[in-house]
Design a protein around this ligand. Structure first.
Ligand SMILES: Nc1nc2c(ncn2[C@@H]2O[C@H](COP(=O)(O)OP(=O)(O)OP(=O)(O)O)[C@@H](O)[C@H]2O)c(=O)[nH]1
Ligand SMILES: [Mg+2]
Length: 369
């Protein structure tokens, strides 16, 4: 029961489900057929969040991995030598076998850990599929991970092969066998160096991906730079995004959550300026993908104090229609604007503009839906 409540608190209740029982039934059904389940079925809106792309630990270089393994080998060999207390042939062989076991074990563990720490790239939601497509080569990542996985298994093969050689060797050959074993192990890992570097680069890219939860009603906050988008996120949710009096303060997609009753709403604060896709920077592209695939509604922040011309802001507002979700226009900085300017704008534009309290009302209604 503890686990179930933890799952609920992590993922929130799925959108569109009217009762806990229905969700619970669906959840159990998925668990039951899990082994046969084509992950591709888990598209947008699915209740599972099976992998985080943002928390992968750093991928060490091949040189570091070899270093760690060889040190472990040295330590294991010296422990074994202390235990033996003699230097007869059997004791020398035991010492080397202990070294081989430790080196192979450590390499296998380190390499497998890297493979395990990366997500399964199948069954990605449309959002992540396009996000990966924009910034990473998934098929190359898959190949690199499978090469590392193969090498992890190979370490044990070498351990067995060279273990046999040590067992049957004369005293004067043992040092040579040890050298050959360590050489094979080192070159096995060195051949992975480029792949390890590639994975580390990919990890850094993934770390910058927005950490969005599946199955929550998601509201994107959009608008020109410096209009007050992050300020609004900070007002609506406990998130504390960076707010600056200069444009382009937001350099990543900030995410915040607002709990209303049993529902949790997810907000994504996008960086300002959303122009043509081919000219956008990394974060702007991510913002467009959020609007395209993840937003269930958009709060468009309009700033009549015009850090950017109103004409351009209105043009961007018009572009929001293409995402096919409700667009709520929020007027920021009303406290520093004469009320007659606001009224004049509303009359001229015919737009329904929201105050903060209006927005909160709409959200509360959405949460009850
Ligand atoms: N007086 C007043 N100032 C505001 C309001 N909202 C935002 N600001 C100020 O406007 C400036 C920009 O606010 P941000 O929230 O960083 O704007 P942003 O749209 O997130 O900017 P980018 O991240 O650069 O796109 C800051 O100096 C805020 O303090 C408001 O309602 N009233
Ligand atoms: Mg901002």
């Amino acid at each position: 029961m503890k686990l179930i409540s933890l799952l609920f608190s992590t993922w929130g209740w799925p959108q569109g489900s009217t009762s806990r029982n229905r969700f619970f039934g669906r959840y159990l059904a998925v668990v039951k057929i899990w082994p046969f389940f084509n992950r591709k079925c888990l598209k947008e809106g699915a209740v599972f969040k099976w992998m985080s792309f943002q928390d992968i630990p750093p991928v060490e270089s091949g040189t570091h991995i070899i270093d760690v393994a060889f040190k472990k080998g040295k330590l294991a060999a010296s422990h074994q030598a202390q235990k033996n207390k003699t230097k007869d042939l059997l004791a020398v062989k035991r010492k080397e076998l202990a070294r081989f076991e430790a080196v192979a074990g450590s390499l296998q563990e380190q390499l497998s850990k890297i493979v395990r720490s990366f997500p399964a790239f199948d069954g990605l939601t449309e959002f992540y599929e396009e996000l990966f497509g924009c910034f990473l080569d998934i098929s190359q990542l898959r190949k690199d991970l499978s090469a590392i996985s193969w090498a992890a298994q190979k370490t044990r093969e070498f351990q067995r092969e060279y273990g046999q050689k040590v067992r049957g060797a004369e005293r004067e050959r043992i040092e040579k066998v040890r050298g050959a074993f360590l050489g094979r192990m080192a070159s096995l890992v060195k051949r992975l160096e480029k792949k390890l570097l590639g994975l580390e680069d990919a990890r850094k890219v993934m770390r910058g991906f927005p950490q969005l939860k599946e199955g929550l009603f998601t509201i994107a906050i959009a608008g020109f730079p410096n209009v007050g988008k992050s300020t609004l996120l900070g007002k609506l949710t406990p998130a504390r995004p960076e707010v600056g009096s200069y444009a382009f303060t937001t350099k990543r997609l900030n995410v915040g959550y607002l709990q209303i009753g049993a529902r949790r709403l997810q907000f994504v604060d996008t960086p300002g300026s959303l122009n043509r896709f081919d000219r956008l920077n990394v974060i702007e592209k991510q913002a467009v993908l959020v609007l395209k695939y993840r937003a269930d509604a958009i709060v468009f922040v309009l700033d009549l104090s015009e850090p950017y011309p109103l004409k351009d802001q209105m043009k961007l507002l018009k572009e929001m229609d293409e995402y096919g979700v409700p667009v709520w226009v929020y007027l920021s900085k009303r406290d520093i604007l004469p009320e007659k300017d606001v009224k004049g704008f509303v009359k001229r534009s015919g737009l329904k503009v929201l105050k903060y309290e209006d927005l909160v009302d709409i959200l509360a209604k959405k949460a009850k839906f």
